[in-house]
Design a protein around this ligand. Structure first.
Ligand code: MN
Length: 496
């Protein structure tokens, strides 16, 4: 098979790193490369390629995000504990605790699975953020999932659909919260392609038609604008065209009842400049050359969008009378809108772990503020910054996540799932081992509940250790019911 001939070498990764990485970064990355490649030796992916092509692709994506070298190293190592003989401890011994803790967190996150049950979505999203502990782990998981989406065709259909759903419900919204526009767009488009293939190809076709039709006039406009900026001595960093993502166009079209003429930003022109003053200068120059459409000038620099997005937008008539949207922004605003939180992490090789966690907590605070403007996860804004600190997330054997207060026991979990399960639970297995019913569960535990169908009522001793008010009240009312039943049957016997 030709694909199995695909080989990777360290130079490919080294070439993707820009001048911000030093020789010590290269040394670390080459060590991680060698370690991971050896650990995955002999394994193949469903695509037929050597397994190591996957962590390698993940590392390339992290390098493209220009993240610190220890994050890229963790990307190379991310599947080692799950799929090979080497453990997180081995990684700690070889690469230190920081890299090992990122790899450990990724391994845990891998257990979070969305299987289409509405009631667990919220828990999954919360858990994703809580278990990530620091945002670098989210970046690695995103790169991991992005590569999985790129090679999703190799999986059987039921798996493709499950994963596409999970990406649309969990990954894309979180990417959006983190301001990672590029990742969000790609996540949505890959999911869209597998979930709604017909609508996807229809939208994609529309986009291609539009690009074909407007390509030449875009090229003209690009030259024209470039000349005008020169003439006014306003420098620019870059001018480029951008095409709207498929899924985002599809949603917009749905809003406008499929009327393409109402969507002005299918193809847009981006002008990247060095500072805010130049942004407004460019806007003025553009309006001198082209006639702006009334009511279409948006100043997201003075008034950023809730997720922090900044740019000037204007829609104009170009020379040929067709409508064209311009987006004007600084380089920093551009990076922020494409890479969001990840943009803040660039070039910060020297930052200490403390500093990083402070930044992550600040991001969490920002995310929370944003959540309050959005209906999904809306109630989270009532919680404090340490919103997840007193919660634990426990798996069922099927991979569902149950959100419980700290110190909760298998009995609490049983009642959280269903009253009948609570009333009839006989035994619990935690991570595969029989455990007493009063054992405190920990985040990430997998807890299996064994039911005794013949059990009549809960044990009143459970009231001594259950943690949740919900379990307490359910136990009390079940005991009460049982007592009443007992009394009335006794009463019946006495009367007879
Ligand atoms: Mn992976």
């Amino acid at each position: 098979m030709i694909s199995s001939m695909i080989t990777v070498n360290f130079t490919q990764l080294a070439n993707r790193l820009d001048g911000h990485y030093g020789p010590e970064d290269l040394v670390l990355l080459e060590r991680a490369f060698t370690f991971a490649q050896a650990a995955h030796e002999g394994q193949t992916r469903t695509t037929g390629e050597p397994y190591f092509t996957h962590p390698f692709a993940v590392a390339l994506k992290l390098a493209d995000l220009k993240l610190p070298s220890n994050v890229i190293a963790a990307g190379l190592l991310h599947d080692v504990p799950e799929d090979t003989e080497r453990t997180v401890e081995d990684i700690a011994a070889e690469f230190g605790d920081d890299i090992a803790s990122m790899v450990g967190a990724i391994t845990k996150l891998g257990k979070v699975k969305y299987r289409g049950e509405e009631r667990y979505i919220e828990n999954l999203r919360k858990m994703f953020v809580a278990m990530a502990e620091d945002v670098r782990v989210v970046f690695i998981k995103f790169a991991d999932r992005m590569h999985n989406m790129e090679t999703l065709y190799a999986l059987p259909e039921h798996k493709r659909l499950r994963i596409a759903n999970e990406v649309l419900e969990i990954y894309a919204p979180i990417a959006n919260r983190l301001g990672m526009g590029e990742y969000r767009g790609l996540f949505e488009d890959y999911s869209f392609k597998y979930l709604e293939p017909k609508d996807y190809s229809w939208t994609k076709h529309l986009l291609e038609e539009r690009v074909k039709k407007f390509g030449p006039s875009l090229d003209r406009a690009m030259k024209h604008v470039s000349n005008e900026l020169h003439r006014h001595s306003v420098g620019y960093v870059d001018i480029h065209g951008r095409v709207k993502h498929c899924y985002s166009l599809y949603r917009k079209l749905q809003k406008y009842k499929n009327d393409m003429s109402k969507v002005y930003d299918i193809v847009a022109m981006r002008v990247i400049v060095k500072d805010v003053t130049d942004c407004y200068a460019v806007l003025g120059i553009l309006h001198g050359v082209y006639t702006p459409l009334p009511g279409r000038i948006k100043d997201y620099i003075a008034q950023p969008k809730p997720n922090g997005y900044q740019s000037l937008h204007t829609t104009v008539f170009d020379e040929s009378g067709s409508i064209l949207e311009f987006q004007i922004r600084t380089q920093a605003m551009h990076e922020e809108s494409e890479y969001g939180v990840a943009a803040h992490w660039r070039y910060k090789q020297g930052a200490t772990r403390e500093e990083r966690n402070v930044e992550w907590m600040e991001e969490l605070a920002r995310i929370q503020k944003e959540l309050s403007t959005n209906d999904f996860m809306a109630h989270l804004n009532e919680l404090k910054l340490d919103m997840f600190r007193d919660r634990i997330f426990v798996f069922t054997p099927k991979g569902d996540v149950i959100d419980l207060p700290e110190e909760s026991t298998p009995i609490d979990m049983a009642y959280a799932i269903h009253t009948e399960i609570g009333n009839k639970v006989a035994q619990a297995k935690i991570n595969g081992e029989i455990a007493s019913l009063d054992r405190a569960l920990k985040s990430g535990d997998m807890c299996e509940l064994i039911i005794d169908k013949n059990r009549k009522m809960p044990n009143k001793d459970w009231l001594k250790f259950v943690k949740t008010r919900h379990a307490k009240s359910k136990i009390r009312s079940a005991l009460h019911e049982a007592q009443r039943g007992l009394l009335s049957s006794l009463w019946g016997k006495m009367k007879r």
